[in-house]
Design a protein around this ligand. Structure first.
Ligand code: MG
Length: 245
């Protein structure tokens, strides 16, 4: 664990952006799943089911044993994929293609989100623990694909998922992002901790899922909370520039 104090020792951490400075941030970094589309779409249930199927087929296990093995990978290696790669040398592309081959009929176009993004100045990136192909499919369904200049995915992360600090640094470097002018938007509170430690301003999109919630000291890393992302972004334009303190 990297403490705020040790992060401060190497580089001063800027105060989080607020008011007009938030609206005019240089770079917006959005998580994809359960952040850009509502968690109620429940796509992760399908992904989890397909992870179970992949493990059952690969190791000739029944569904219950496959579920146990998936839990073991998750708790030992942080993700199922990492466990499959480290312990069994599984080709990550085979796994990622299989688990993301899901039905997106629950995902509807969000024209109000597209409009809010349109009015938001600054560069916009996607940072996902999924794949570019998955992100492209989702963004096209939402009708927001033209707003984002790039997707930084699990392959670009060298298969090390958020919230490990290493891929955050890689993402900033690869896309030339100054964290002090960047905003990160995420449904999983723990994924905002490295972002805040690097000097980014953070926006948490809370969901009812247990994994979305901050841990005991997690609120320290949450600068803004947006239960409705579209309303939050639209509200940035509505606020008069002079009113912010
Ligand atoms: Mg997410």
């Amino acid at each position: 664990m990297i403490s705020t104090a040790s992060a401060s020792a190497s580089a001063p951490v800027a105060a989080p952006l607020a008011g007009p400075a938030l609206r005019d941030a240089e770079t917006w970094i959005f998580d994809l799943d359960n952040t850009l589309y509502p968690a109620e779409c429940n796509l992760f249930e399908q992904v989890q089911r397909r992870m179970g199927e992949f493990i059952a087929t690969t190791f000739a296990l029944d569904a219950a044993a496959a579920a146990e093995k998936r839990k073991y990978f998750f708790h030992t290696h942080g993700t199922t994929l990492r466990g499959l790669m480290v312990e069994h040398g599984i080709d990550p592309a085979d796994f990622l293609d299989y688990v993301h081959d899901i039905d997106l009929s629950a995902v509807a176009a969000l024209p109000a989100l597209a409009e809010a993004l349109d009015r938001l100045p600054g560069r916009k990136l996607i940072y996902t623990n999924g794949t570019v192909a998955h992100a492209d499919r989702i963004m096209r369904k939402l009708g927001v694909d033209h707003h984002f200049e790039a997707v930084f995915d699990i392959v670009a992360s060298d298969y090390v998922p958020k919230p490990d600090m290493t891929p955050y640094r890689t993402m900033l470097q690869k896309h030339g992002v100054d964290p002090r002018g960047a905003v990160m938007v995420e449904d999983m509170a723990r994924n905002l901790k490295p972002a805040a430690e690097l000097g980014m301003t953070t926006i948490w999109v809370p969901t009812t899922a247990a994994w979305s919630q901050p841990d005991a000291d997690g609120h320290v890393h949450i600068h803004h909370t947006a239960p409705d992302l579209t309303a939050f972004l639209a509200g940035l334009h509505a606020a008069p520039a002079a009113s912010a303190g």
